[in-house]
Design a protein around this ligand. Structure first.
Ligand code: HEC
Ligand code: HEC
Ligand code: HEC
Ligand code: HEC
Ligand code: HEC
Ligand code: HEC
Length: 382
């Protein structure tokens, strides 16, 4: 811990700064009844903490007001923080009731529904009796909901400013109080589109799921082979209909906060539910409407052959037989068919490994003989 007097020094310096600052400050966006923004509205506010991590204590009042949490008081989330300098800061808990009432039930609102679901999902911490090993590998709410994304709500629906303006104008036609209308307009339209683009989702999920060491600790494989697939090529070329991680792992009727293991019958990728997931009936994306049971058993992440090759498995050497036997015995979920494919592939590789040097070798030998012949005939002529 840093000595407390350092904190007091920061505060004194800030106070002096602010007294000059307030003279030029813009008009208030929020009624800042808690006076938090009195200090926190200044962009220079931040420092490197003890472990060298950059902390930003600045809150942009306009962005905050337009964000999904813009109606909340700071203290609804930051419970405590009554003292200055703050010596009573606690971690924000998303299950805290935030003093807003949810109109359909008239109950006090919090994200407890989501947290409870999340706890039982594959990303949750496990039960009290059986906590999961390496809990630090699991994503927390903040890992996925970083502030940049939360506050980037521009109010545009499908990025069409014209459409937004016209629709909002209709609301205001009846609901003459503009701020009220805009608030609800944002509330609805925010849910009518994805907040994150496909590459953003893929970046988020692969930040853990491509870390093979981390994944191995949980008995999983890295999904980096996703980037060998046709699906990824589509994403790369900006095809809007292409699937990202949540298109398949969280299709219509599922939620991101309840992702399950593929062995769980509730999972969208469990063999029982695969046809629905591939065909995506009733969803916005049009995928494989005619998917059959056979089609839906196909490997998506290209483990099997490609992944084994990528993992540096020695193919087409005599140790292979040992490798295949290991594969057959291993608890990896690889079907007999796939092992057969691997074997065929390794034989083809072996064939070419012998065939190509032979062809080139014979050609070189042939050229060499030819050259000898030429030399000999020249000598004879002389
Ligand atoms: C007098 C100025 C001032 C006021 C008013 C103020 N803060 Fe702060 N706050 C600061 C300073 C300075 C820091 C950075 C302290 C540090 O360097 O550790 C800070 C830090 C914080 C932090 C981060 C603390 C941490 O270590 O994680 C939070 C959260 C916070 N303030 C919330 C609030 C809230 C909520 C309010 C209103 C109830 C508020 N602040 C009012 C000056 C202020
Ligand atoms: C919806 C809940 C919510 C509201 C409302 C909210 N915050 Fe925060 N704030 C968070 C979370 C979550 C963090 C991350 C720190 C944590 O997990 O405890 C955070 C972090 C901070 C930090 C520290 C940043 C850092 O790098 O550690 C400051 C300063 C802060 N908030 C100030 C404010 C101020 C001022 C307001 C009011 C204008 C406000 N917050 C409103 C949820 C909220
Ligand atoms: C902070 C790291 C982290 C992030 C980010 C993350 N995951 Fe995970 N995920 C894990 C860990 C760790 C496990 C293993 C949990 C266990 O062993 O119970 C896991 C398990 C899974 C599983 C279950 C695999 C199985 O069949 O058992 C799926 C599916 C999954 N994650 C999908 C996603 C998707 C989709 C995203 C992005 C929206 C995502 N994850 C983001 C760490 C992460
Ligand atoms: C693995 C990543 C991940 C984690 C962890 C996560 N979320 Fe989410 N959350 C998402 C995604 C993806 C969405 C869908 C919104 C979108 O399209 O970006 C979402 C949406 C939401 C929404 C908005 C729902 C809506 O329809 O507008 C809330 C509220 C939310 N999450 C709260 C939480 C809370 C609370 C936690 C912690 C228990 C949490 N999330 C953990 C990925 C995550
Ligand atoms: C033709 C006039 C008209 C238009 C256009 C209109 N509304 Fe309404 N709205 C009403 C009336 C009248 C009510 C009350 C109806 C009721 O309670 O059944 C209402 C109710 C609401 C409510 C529920 C309020 C509450 O507290 O119960 C919301 C939210 C709302 N409208 C949002 C919108 C939004 C957003 C738009 C634009 C996309 C919009 N309205 C367009 C007339 C309109
Ligand atoms: C086209 C649909 C689809 C897409 C896109 C997709 N997955 Fe999968 N995922 C599946 C299916 C189906 C499985 C079950 C195993 C298989 O058949 O490949 C799976 C398995 C997994 C597993 C379990 C791995 C293991 O070791 O058993 C994880 C973790 C996972 N996916 C994460 C992700 C992440 C992260 C992304 C985004 C980069 C993603 N998935 C994209 C369909 C998809």
């Amino acid at each position: 811990m840093r000595p407390i007097y350092f904190k007091y020094l920061t505060f004194t310096a800030l106070f002096l700064l602010l007294h000059f600052g307030t003279v030029f400050a813009d008009s208030e966006v929020l009624p800042d009844t808690e006076n938090c923004l009195y200090c926190h509205r200044y962009p220079s506010m931040g420092r490197y903490d003890e472990s060298g991590v950059k902390r930003i204590f600045y809150v942009n009042d306009e962005k905050f007001a337009r964000s999904v949490h813009g109606k909340l008081k700071c203290k609804s989330c930051h419970a405590g923080v009554d003292k200055i300098p703050h010596t009573d800061v606690k971690k924000v808990d998303c299950t805290t009731k935030c003093h807003i009432r949810e109109p359909s039930t008239d109950k006090e609102f919090s994200h407890i529904n989501m947290v409870q679901k999340y706890e039982t999902s594959v990303h949750g911490n496990g039960s009290k009796e059986k906590p999961k090993p390496f809990p630090e590998d699991l994503p927390t709410c903040k890992d996925c909901h970083e502030n940049r994304i939360q506050s980037s709500v521009t109010g545009l629906w499908g990025k069409s400013e014209a459409l937004s303006n016209e629709t909002l104008a209709r609301c205001i036609g009846c609901h003459t109080q503009k701020d009220w209308a805009q608030n609800f307009y944002l509330h609805f339209t925010h849910r009518m589109r994805r907040t994150r683009s496909q590459p953003e989702i893929i970046k988020l999920c692969t930040s853990c799921h491509e870390d093979s060491q981390k994944m191995a600790r949980h008995g999983l494989e890295s999904v980096s082979t996703f980037k060998d697939t046709f699906h990824w090529s589509l994403v790369k070329y900006g095809v809007k209909n292409a699937p990202d991680c949540i298109s398949c792992h969280v299709p219509v009727g599922y939620t991101t906060h309840d992702i399950r293991s593929r062995t769980d019958p509730m999972s969208s990728i469990h063999t029982l539910n695969r046809i629905d997931t591939c065909s995506n009936q009733g969803g916005m994306q049009s995928c494989h409407p005619g998917a059959t049971a056979e089609f839906a058993t196909g490997r998506v992440h290209a483990y099997g052959t490609k992944a084994q090759l990528a993992a540096g498995m020695k193919v087409a050497t005599f140790e292979d037989h040992e490798n295949f036997r290991l594969l057959e015995r291993a608890e990896v979920d690889i079907s007999k068919d796939e092992i057969f494919h691997l074997k065929v592939l390794s034989l083809i590789q072996l064939f070419y490994k012998v065939f190509i040097p032979l062809v080139i070798g014979f050609m070189a030998y042939h050229q060499w003989l030819d050259w000898l012949k030429i030399i000999r005939t020249r000598k004879k002529r002389r």
